[in-house]
Design a protein around this ligand. Sequence first.
Ligand code: LMR
Length: 397
Amino acid sequence: MHFGAIARVPGDPILGLMEAYARDTNPDRFDLGVGVFKDAQGLTPVPRAVKLAEQRLLDGQTSKSYVGGHGDAAFGQLIAQLVLGDDAPLLAARRAGATQTPGGTGALRLAAEFIRQCLPGRGIWLSDPTWPIHETLFASAGLKVSHYPYVGADNRLNVTGMLAALESVPTGDVVLLHACCHNPTGFDLSQQDWQAVLEVVKRRELLPLIDFAYQGFGDGLEQDAWAVRLFAQALPELLVTSSCSKNFGLYRERTGALLVCADSAEKLQDVRSQLASIARNLWSTPPDHGAAVVATILGDPALKRLWADEVDAMRQRIAMLRVGLVEALQPHGLSERFAHIAAQRGMFSYTGLSPQQVTQLREKHSVYMVGTGRANIAGADAARLQVLAAAIADVCR
Ligand code: LMR
């Protein structure tokens, strides 16, 4: 027997909620678990720009041969422009480049392997709390994982604690920062906070790895890139992971990129040679379809405009749901207690509900959210916010 000693591990807590929700027959159920956007019909739509690009690809694609180790060159160029800005001096100086990856998670894994193999001995610092996969992904790549405070037990952003902790991070270590729409809390740094973080990063000579999974879901496509661009122009070196899952609605196509900014064009090529070699051992070459869709959209001004409008509509819907939920909580005397939901950014909200309240919400009201009290506000139904508010009020009594 080879497998006799293998024990069963618990399923993924976030993906497991999807399955539990699917099994629930209550017509009044709410899916606030996994981070997917839902429209007024409760569907996670394929954006029209994506459909049009797919049609073009279907008609025009002449080969399914491999893309190279860094993926589709047009995708790499266009995604780097989307993240760093069309006129980024870094791009003109050939100091920045993108490697196509299977989703943002693939980009994180590639970054983790790069750090372990090419920057041996460097630890990584994560916000407390952070996306649970950050914890397991970097640990399973063999990196030493440590934490800096971010949101405390009072459910408030703790910038002072964060800055103080970063001051004592060993020189050279990697700091993971969320560009916008912090997952799981929804609490983002202000521009002033980012400037302060940048100062510590410079002083301590830390290497930032910025996770940029929600471009366009916070304040807008350009606005959300503000911190990434600040760091890219102020620092000689930077790593950024970009995801096309949410803003292009390409979740299952696994489309993302790892961007590297280096201090010279020459050094960038050295780093990229390592990335291609590491990727070859992870997934060989990346899947094509999602990146081909993104390149088609970003490379065509009319499709890009259509897509940008669609992203804006998703962003506005989430903002409307946030405000609407706080309003719906008002008759229950809870609008002040939950006012932060309207101020947070992106899909997620650390509601401040306890694990017990989350369990009660699921068992009594078929409201599904992560045990930490993280709710995917983008999964709520605008027409039933009163029902959701009544369920929350019930477990808060
Ligand atoms: C989430 O946090 O729900 C999303 O990022 C989806 C995922 O893969 O966990």
